[in-house]
Design a protein around this ligand. Structure first.
Ligand code: ADP
Ligand code: ADP
Ligand code: ZN
Length: 222
């Protein structure tokens, strides 16, 4: 039996990780695991971890490794992850990357690829400030680059309830980019050294990025 695939999507906030993870999920039958989504669910549910995470997320910082690793490793044990996962937004620090290596080693899995979405910081404010998400199905939209149908309807599920994230404000983008460069960007070298790094030009249009992504993933999984 082949081992479940493990793909990592690396990139700054707004690079397109969530958008591409959903497309890969549909195409390859893998499950998207977004630590951002898991943390927002914990905040909404008012769990102890969610209470601690909220202020940090609002300020655009990184939630503690301890909380994020616990949430992610719990989720990875779920039955639906048995075909493989796309990690979207995790790991974000070297401590998290090492914890992931340990977790995978204990279950006989390995990382198939860490795909780095390469973008210019200058594009990120526009991407993040135009972002909205369907409350019905989680599909992501953009006011300019991926507008919903008739201005407010989800193409996937028909819901007209599109939400904006509390942290998607111009003021927090700078802190989030700073956290990315200081704590997450070093993971590019980490995965290059591990021989699993792939890079994609994520400045192109969504369809072009997704075509390039599919090509890379097909070669990795075949
Ligand atoms: P991330 O998960 O990396 O934070 P998202 O996938 O949520 O990023 O994308 C951020 C915003 O930019 C969303 O509104 C999305 O629709 C839009 N977007 C994603 N990829 C592209 C792209 N290649 N070109 C233009 N806009 C994009
Ligand atoms: P984006 O990539 O668009 O910035 P995410 O939804 O991945 O957004 O993350 C939102 C916020 O959740 C981050 O700014 C951070 O506060 C927190 N977060 C998500 N994933 C992690 C992680 N792996 N480690 C620490 N904090 C995280
Ligand atoms: Zn929807």
């Amino acid at each position: 039996m082949t081992r479940p695939a493990v793909l990592i999507l690396l990139g700054p906030p707004g690079a397109g990780k969530g958008t591409q993870a959903r497309l890969l999920q549909d195409r390859f039958g893998l499950v998207q695991l977004s630590t951002g989504d898991l943390l927002r669910a914990a905040v909404a549910a008012g769990t102890a971890a969610g209470k601690q995470a909220k202020a940090v997320m609002d300020a655009g910082g990184l939630v503690s490794d301890e909380i994020v690793i616990a949430i992610l490793s719990d989720r990875m044990r779920d039955e639906d992850c048995r075909n493989g996962v796309i990690l979207d937004g995790f790991p974000r620090t070297t401590v998290q990357a090492e914890a992931l290596d340990g977790l995978l080693a204990s279950t006989g899995q390995r990382i198939n690829a860490a795909i780095s979405l390469e973008v210019d910081d200058s594009a990120m404010v526009e991407r993040i400030s135009g972002r909205s998400t369907c409350a019905g199905c989680g599909e992501g939209y953009h006011d300019t680059f991926k507008p919903p149908q008739d201005g407010n309807r989800c193409v996937k599920c028909g819901s007209t309830e599109l939400t904006r994230r509390a942290d998607d404000r111009a003021e927090t983008v700078a802190s989030r980019l700073e956290a990315y460069h200081a704590q997450t960007a070093p993971l590019i070298a980490y995965y290059e050294a591990a021989g699993v790094l792939r890079s994609i030009n994520a400045m192109a249009q969504i369809d072009k990025v997704s075509g390039d992504m599919t090509e890379v993933v097909e070669t990795i999984l075949n």
